[in-house]
Design a protein around this ligand. Sequence first.
Ligand SMILES: Cc1ncc(COP(=O)(O)O)c(C=O)c1O
Length: 433
Amino acid sequence: MTENAKTTNAEITKKYKDFLIPGVITYYGEPLPLVSGKGCCVYDAEGREYLDFFGGILTVSVGHCNEFVTARFTDQARKLQHVSTLYPTLPIGELAEKLAGLAPGNLKKSFFTSSGTEADETAVMLAQHYTGQVEIIALRHCYSGRSALAMNMTAHSPWRTSKILVPGIHHAPAPYCYRCPFHLTYPACDLACARDLEELIKTETCGKIAAFIAEPILGVGGFIVPPKEYFQVAVEIVRKAGGVFIADEVQTGWGRTGDHWFGIEHFGVVPDIMTSAKGMANGVPIGWTIATPEIADSLKGLTISTFGGNPVSCAAAQATIEFIEKENLLAHVRKMGDYFRGLLTELQQSQPKIGDVRGMGLMLGVELVTDRKSKTPDPQSVIKLFEETRKQGLLIGKGGLYGNVLRISPPMTVTKEQVDAAFKILKSAFERI
Ligand SMILES: Cc1ncc(COP(=O)(O)O)c(C=O)c1O
């Protein structure tokens, strides 16, 4: 499977270290260079195979080098690669039409960019124009991207690298049941975290807000799943204060959570604006913001994203969506996710370091602690587990404020045999650390 016989792992890593900004972090003590991929597997320069259970950070949604998707975007690349949105093209129009049909409620009008960051920026801008208000509420433990605004909305100190401070952003307590900010237990808590929004708006804002932006499942935060009524309570409070609800589906979109196209659909609330990126085009860069016609129409100024709506990216997104439909992946994700989660929950019985197993569909988090009673985060064990799983040919992700949560999110095409193989490695790695 070695793609380029002349390249070695060491050579690839050296170029990376010599010529990239050091802030571009890599996993593992010794970085793992990759040269090719197929389906749920990736390969290093020496031909070693790894099961990829992080999927390029939930981005390779329908498998590496998926033939169906690749054929469609390469066809488009031969026909027309770029003209900008100053000229209507069929791929952008067809994709926008398809998305207006897939998105919940009255979300009908799209704007395309190249990343999730820009998608979230666009959503905030729309909310501010529509409401005439400025202030934004985001969640603690959230991640919004790497522009100045997005880093100010992000609630993880290590990722707030920008020196530019953006005023008017407030952070509400996260619906993080395992580490409840109010030290309560669901459902006796009566959704204290959601109800706290009322006081937050009264005490930290002018009383009126532009938007509440939230990930249906906090991704970088460590796959934190809110209680099922959380968004109903929170969004009612937000709308009472004049704000709109922005669902950030950058990680949770495209069937990742199983059964539904978008994560928010599990929570019985329809967003006013929705954003996505990552898995939308199986790794081809694209960002997307969709709003109701009233909100979209409120933007009176000019706006353009040079690469946004690029015909090649749009063709890749259209093909990815069609592949998900054709292969009935929404149901498959639920089935594989339930199965995998069952295995992980069973593993928790024999592994005292596993404090919490959570997630939805193929977005599974395993939170490691030094002991279950103190719940002290244990990032050191995650580091050891990473080296062990790598040695045995499995790639997984990590996250959480303390870096102590395993994030498991294989391509949605993963088979039961691949889940079994990955679980076997994970179990063995736990036994060794
Ligand atoms: C929930 C969420 N929103 C926004 C972003 C930013 O996306 P991008 O890195 O494509 O700019 C990310 C990236 O991880 C994300 O997880």
